[in-house]
Design a protein. Sequence first.
Length: 302
Amino acid sequence: MVDITFKTFTLRKAIAAATIKTSNISTVEAVKNGTVPKGNILEFARASALLAIKKTSDVIPDCHPLPVEFASINYEMNDLNINITVEVHTIYKTGVEVEAMHGASVAALVIYDMLKPIDKNVEISNIKLLEKQGGKSNQKNMETENLKAAVVVCSDSVSQGIKEDTSGKFLVESLNNQGINHIDYSIVPDDILDIRQQIELHKSKGCDLLLFTGGTGLSNRDVTPEAVQPFITKEIPGIMETARNYGQDRVKTSMLSRGIAGFSDDMLILTLPGSACAVKEYVQALFPQILHVFSVKNGDSH
């Protein structure tokens, strides 16, 4: 099965459809009037579709088990056709399009089975996905080409050449993957004055996004939050709340990170841990949706 442990919970929706083609108008009339010999065909199909939606992962090997938060099965009849529409919602890490299509397929099979005694030419057609929302498909394409970013590594050992930087280089690569091409990269010791000089430097350059990695822990030399805090003109607590919550599900010491985030006038500052693994988790938790702050700041709606 595909690894989805790195994904975050979002509202996911999917709508699928299937069509039953009958060969005689009397078949459709029998469905409408509830006179099909095998019983109430539409309610049998509805109940079967609900079971199919819930049991999708049992019969489709690569599908993940997920909570079904909402499901509806609706019918429309026109001419010789019975049209089935299935809608499924979940708040989870992966989508529900297969669940919706499975529900539509089983509903169509039940209707076919119950109609075949009175219509030998009934057939199933056009099982398809009509719509899906959530996850990547629900993320707007954000204009990042003109954004200027900077990555600053705060580490005594890296600045002294004792250790090699991995977290900062990963951040640069991650920003490139988001379409941000203007990226400054620098390394400073765990020193309040050096960190503040970087903030002033990048503000003077018109930087849009400044990311610090390192110095957010609990040792005496971890001073990045203290260095950054006086420059924050509009704090955004939810950014680091989201990142720590995401990390807490994976590493129980994530709660000990003291990172802060917010705007320093027009420049967004994020303070991330120094661990490369933790930085990867923060990027997975925050990007690309965090880039939406720039369009919101410019007056666009959420």
